[in-house]
Design a binder for this molecule. Sequence first.
Ligand SMILES: [Zn+2]
Length: 99
Amino acid sequence: MWPWSSRFRTATVTCLACGDNVSRSTAREYDKYGDRWDRTDKAFEHLCPDCHTDLCHHPRDELEDLLVELRAGEEETETFLEGYLAAVEDRYGRVEEES
Ligand SMILES: [Zn+2]
């Protein structure tokens, strides 16, 4: 949007959730493939700290709530497992909190 922004691509990233521009040093990397250890030829997406907190800082004791939320035992097994895996990946799949 700004003609000079490309010069500062390493300094500022755009939050994929809310669209805010945040500095790369405060942004959190988000790997939609859930495999942030393989960095080859990847362009990570980013979340601002606020959105990252909303997404990832759920304590593990929410597992029961998660199962209820996903209607364990009510959905078809395959449907449930897809939702469960996606939710767990979103909540627990990333551990890069300090970087
Ligand atoms: Zn955001």
